[in-house]
Design a protein around this ligand. Structure first.
Ligand code: SIN
Ligand code: MN
Length: 274
């Protein structure tokens, strides 16, 4: 369903690498002034107390804020830039809408891990999205190093489809008063991939943690197996992640829709701002 006429952002090699490995890192893709503007916006977003804001297990340190493209004009604009939305179209081969966005923080010294998981199982089971034709587009707002809790991937694991996972029921420790949907957002992942499955795939394909300066953009497939370790360093790691979905792949009725700051209820195509 291609209706937007535009110039490709990612070349054929980049698209092929993404399709083969499940990710592609475009180092320094966004201009420094845009990164500066986004970082300032992120600081304001993280400071706002709201149900969109999720803390670490300590109940104090901010871990994520969901749906900033709905509330912040800078994020709303950057999510429509060609380097993000246009590249998502290159990877998905059609027009896209924004299914979810979040600012993720790995705070210096205390930022917690993300357990091994795949993203698509949430979008399938919780949002009724029928095919994995989505892409995560992560903008590094800080330099990402081996020390500040980088994302770690099992390359090529997206080719395995939805992996065997155990579903954790109930609300995570420390979130007893929170609504049920919070279980999809904390360090205790709701759908955990089994250790024997992770071991098999990591033995076959290895592990990789893409690193790069602020302004780098990391594209990753919703079925790639990934995790991230705690941030032991004195350097924070803030990332803006926008999840674009193909407009032909709408959410369907699950009977229990998540709030729209977690999962879009409409599929209005992104219009690119040049
Ligand atoms: C992270 O920011 O380390 C985790 C992001 C994700 O699991 O999608
Ligand atoms: Mn994830």
């Amino acid at each position: 369903m291609q209706i937007t006429q535009r110039t490709a952002v990612l070349n054929a090699d980049a698209v092929a690498t993404y399709r083969r490995t499940g990710f592609f890192l475009a180092a320094g893709l966004l201009p420094a002034d845009v990164v500066g503007e986004l970082s300032a916006a992120a600081a304001g977003i993280l400071a706002q107390d709201s149900p969109r804001r999720i803390t670490e297990r300590d109940g104090v340190t901010v871990r994520s804020v969901y749906g900033p493209h709905q509330t912040d004009p800078v994020v709303a604009r950057v999510c429509r830039r060609p380097e993000l939305a246009g590249a998502a179209m290159d990877l998905l081969g059609e027009d896209v809408y924004i299914h979810q966005s979040k600012v993720n923080v790995k705070a210096a010294f205390v930022g917690d891990q993300w357990e091994w998981h795949q993203d698509y199982i949430y979008w399938l089971k919780d949002d009724g999205i029928r095919t994995p034709d989505l892409v995560n587009v992560a903008v590094f707002l800080d330099e990402v190093t081996e020390f500040n809790g980088p994302l770690t991937f099992v390359p090529c694991s997206h080719n395995e489809g939805v992996l065997a996972a155990t579903e954790k029921h109930g609300v995570p420790v420390g979130y007893e008063d929170a609504p049920q949907w919070v279980s999809t957002l904390t360090a205790d992942e709701k759908y955990r991939v089994r250790h024997d499955v992770i071991a098999r795939l990591a033995t076959a394909h290895g592990l990789v943690s893409p690193k790069g300066p602020a302004g780098s953009v990391l594209f990753f497939h919703p079925n790639i197996l990934h995790a991230s370790s705690p941030n032991i360093s004195p350097f924070g790691r803030t990332t803006l992640i926008t999840v674009y979905n193909a407009v032909s792949n709408p959410p369907t009725n699950t009977g229990n829709p998540r709030p729209d700051f977690l999962a879009a209820h409409g599929t209005t195509p992104v219009r690119i701002i040049y």
